[in-house]
Write a protein that binds this ligand. Structure first.
Ligand code: ZN
Length: 564
C-alpha cells in the first residue's frame, strides 16, 4: 500500500509545486516604486548627515586584480573637505568584501580608524572632531572576491572567445561599492580621480581619463595609471582588462582611442567610423565634447554597452541597430549603431549634466534618448527623426511616474528613457520656435554641465528662459502616471468643437496643434472647456499627435457641457 500511495503523493506534490512556481513566474513583477525598499537601498539612497557633512575632493584608487582568483585588493585614498564639524563620515563597500584597514595620517604616521558596517554601508569614526572647512584624507584598504550581480554582472571575470581573460565593470544601479570603497551616491562627485590598476602581463587595463603611465612591477604584473581631470559619477568608474589592441584618430585637440579584441580589429575600424559624425552632431547642438583633457575612448566589452565617462564601453556586435535589431521598429534604427550614439550621448547628458539623485535619472536617460533623435535629425533629416521619436511610443508603459521616491538607491522604471525623450520632443512642439528650442537646450546644457542637479532646478531654468510657467506640464509627464488626454466633443449644429485637457495636474495647460494638417491651428487648452469653430466633419479634425505625446478622446454629446 505504502509503495503505491507514496508515488502518487510525491507526484501530486511535485505537480502542485510546479504549478505554484509557474504561477509565480507568470505573475508580473510589481512596479519598482511600489516595492518596499530594502535596508541596503535606504542606507545607500539617503543623503544623510555623515555624507552631507563633507565634500569629496579626490579619489586615488590603487588596486590589483587577479583574474585567476577572481580577486581584487588595494586601497582608495579619499580626500574630502568637511562642511560641518563632525567625528564620523559614511562610505560604502559591499558587505562581502573585506576591510583590511582604514587609516588616516596622524602626525605623519598612519593611524587605524575605527569603523562599523551596516549592510553595504561603512561608518568611519575619527578620534577627534574634523573641522568644517578643513581638508582630510583617509586610506581605505580592502580585498576580496566581488559579487557578479546586476544587469551587467558589476565586476565580471569573463573569457574572450580566444580564451583570454576579459574583465569589465558595469555597475550603475548596483553601485560602485560592489567593487571599490566609495561615497556611493549621486550628489557628490570628486573634482578628479586617479585610477591605478595592476593586472598580469600581457593584459592591459583601460579606465576612464587620460592614460598617464604603465609600470612593470617586476612580479608579473603591470600597473596602469589613468587620470580623470573632471568630476565623475562613482558608477562611471570603470576597469576594462583584456588582450586589447588599440587604434585611434584625432579631431582637433580631441583624441579618439579605440580598444577591441584582436579578432575584431577590422570590423571595429569600419564600425567606429560612426564616432566622428556622432561627436560632430552633439557638438553642433551642445558645444565642445565635455571631457577633452581625458579624450574619448570606445572599449569593447562582453555586454551591450555603458556610458563610462571618457571610456564608453561597447558590445553591440559591430553592427547597426541595437544588438542587430531595429530598436524603434520604424526602419530608422538600422541606419546607425545604437550603442555608439546612445552611450556617447551620455557624455553630454548623464556625465557632464548629471542628476543629483537616482530618482531623477530621467535627466540621464530621457535626455540621452532624445539626443538619439537629434543625432538622427542631424545625419538623416527631420522626417526620420520624427519617425524615430514616435517609434518609442510602443515601449512606454505609463504605469508609474518617471520620477520615483527620493532617498532610495533604486532605478526608476524604463519610461524614463522613452517617455522622457518623447516629453522633450513634446516640449519642443510647445516652444514651437526652432531657434528658441535649440537655444534653450544649449543654454540648459551650459548651465548644468559638471553639476549634479535635480529636476526642480531644470524646470526653474526652463521656466525662466521661456518666461512662462511650465511646471504643471513637467509634473504631468514626470511625476504622474497618465498621459494628458485632449478631450474633444463636436457640435455639428453650432459648427463648433469643444476641447479641454484631462490631466492630474489641476493647472495643466499646454498648447497643441489641431485641425487641418495642411494649416495647423495652435489652440491653448486648459482643464476647462473651450471651443473653436469647426465646420468640417469630425473625422477631418486632426491632432498633431506625432509632435505632442498625448492621448485624444472624442466624447459623445453627453460629455459636452451645457451651452450657456
Ligand atoms: Zn542610457
Amino acid at each position: 500500500m505504502r509503495l503505491t500511495i507514496l508515488p502518487v503523493l510525491t507526484c501530486c506534490l511535485v505537480g502542485s509545486s510546479l504549478q505554484a512556481s509557474a504561477q509565480q513566474t507568470s505573475k508580473p513583477e510589481p512596479p519598482t516604486t511600489l516595492r518596499a525598499p530594502s535596508r541596503a537601498e535606504l542606507l545607500r539612497g539617503e543623503y544623510g548627515r555623515y555624507r552631507a557633512n563633507n565634500d569629496l575632493l579626490h579619489y586615488d584608487l590603487d588596486v590589483r586584480i587577479d583574474p585567476d582568483k577572481k580577486w581584487i585588493g588595494g586601497k582608495n585614498t579619499v580626500r574630502f573637505k568637511m562642511l560641518k564639524d563632525d567625528t564620523r563620515i559614511q562610505l560604502e563597500l559591499y558587505a562581502n568584501l573585506h576591510i583590511d584597514r582604514i587609516t588616516a595620517p596622524l602626525k605623519g604616521v598612519p593611524y587605524d580608524l575605527q569603523y562599523s558596517r551596516d549592510v553595504n554601508t561603512v561608518y568611519i569614526d575619527f578620534p577627534e572632531t574634523l573641522r568644517s572647512g578643513r581638508t582630510y584624507s583617509i586610506e581605505f584598504h580592502y580585498s576580496g572576491h566581488p559579487l557578479e550581480v546586476g544587469r551587467f554582472d558589476a565586476l565580471a571575470f569573463k573569457k574572450d572567445p580566444a580564451g583570454g581573460h576579459w574583465i569589465n565593470t558595469a555597475n550603475e544601479g548596483v553601485g560602485s561599492s560592489v567593487w571599490w570603497p566609495s561615497k556611493d551616491q549621486w550628489r557628490d562627485e570628486p573634482d578628479g580621480m586617479d585610477i591605478r590598476v595592476a593586472v598580469p602581463n600581457p593584459l592591459i587595463n583601460v579606465s576612464n581619463g587620460r592614460f598617464m603611465s604603465k609600470t612593470d612591477l617586476g612580479d608579473g604584473y603591470t600597473k596602469w595609471h589613468y587620470r580623470v581631470h573632471y568630476p565623475i559619477n562613482s558608477y562611471n568608474v570603470s576597469v576594462n582588462i583584456a588582450n586589447y589592441v588599440h587604434f585611434g584618430e584625432t579631431m582637433g585637440d580631441l583624441t579618439l582611442d579605440y580598444y577591441v579584441l584582436p579578432a575584431n580589429l577590422e570590423k571595429a575600424k569600419k564600425q567606429f567610423a560612426q564616432v566622428r559624425p556622432m561627436i560632430e552632431a552633439f557638438e553642433k547642438y551642445f558645444g565642445e565634447y565635455p571631457f577633452t583633457k581625458d579624450g574619448f575612448k570606445l572599449i569593447e566589452v562582453p555586454y551591450s554597452g555603458m556610458e563610462h565617462q571618457s571610456a564608453v564601453t561597447y558590445g553591440n556586435r559591430f553592427a547597426n541597430g541595437y544588438l542587430e535589431r531595429d530598436w524603434t521598429g520604424v526602419g530608422v534604427s538600422l541606419k546607425f549603431d545604437f550603442i555608439i550614439i546612445h552611450e556617447s550621448a551620455h557624455e553630454w547628458f548623464g556625465n557632464a549634466v548629471s542628476a543629483a539623485e537616482q530618482s531623477d535619472m530621467w535627466i540621464q536617460e530621457g535626455f540621452a534618448t532624445y539626443l538619439e533623435c537629434l543625432y538622427v535629425e542631424h545625419v538623416f533629416g527631420y522626417d526620420d527623426a520624427l519617425k524615430y521619436a514616435n517609434g518609442y511610443k510602443s515601449k512606454i508603459g505609463n504605469k508609474e511616474p518617471i520620477i520615483v521616491q527620493r532617498g532610495l538607491a533604486r532605478d526608476p522604471n524604463q519610461d524614463m528613457y522613452f517617455k522622457g525623450a518623447l516629453f522633450l520632443h513634446t516640449l519642443r512642439s510647445v516652444v514651437n520656435d526652432e531657434k528658441k528650442w535649440f537655444k534653450l537646450i544649449r543654454d540648459l546644457y551650459d548651465q548644468f554641465k559638471y553639476k549634479n542637479s535635480m529636476t526642480e532646478e531644470i524646470v526653474a531654468f526652463v521656466n525662466k528662459e521661456l518666461g512662462q510657467d511650465l511646471t504643471p506640464v513637467f509634473d504631468q509627464y514626470l511625476r504622474r502616471t497618465a498621459l494628458p488626454v485632449l478631450e474633444l466633443t463636436f457640435n455639428d449644429a453650432e459648427k463648433l468643437v469643444w476641447y479641454r485637457w484631462r490631466a492630474d495636474e489641476r493647472d495643466f495647460a499646454m498648447p497643441i496643434r489641431v485641425g487641418d494638417p495642411a494649416k495647423w491651428q495652435t489652440i491653448q487648452p486648459s482643464v476647462d472647456w473651450k471651443s473653436m469653430p469647426w465646420a468640417a466633419s469630425k473625422e477631418s479634425f486632426k491632432v498633431a499627435t506625432d509632435l505632442y505625446y498625448v492621448n485624444v478622446a472624442v466624447l459623445d454629446a453627453a460629455g459636452r457641457p451645457l451651452p450657456k
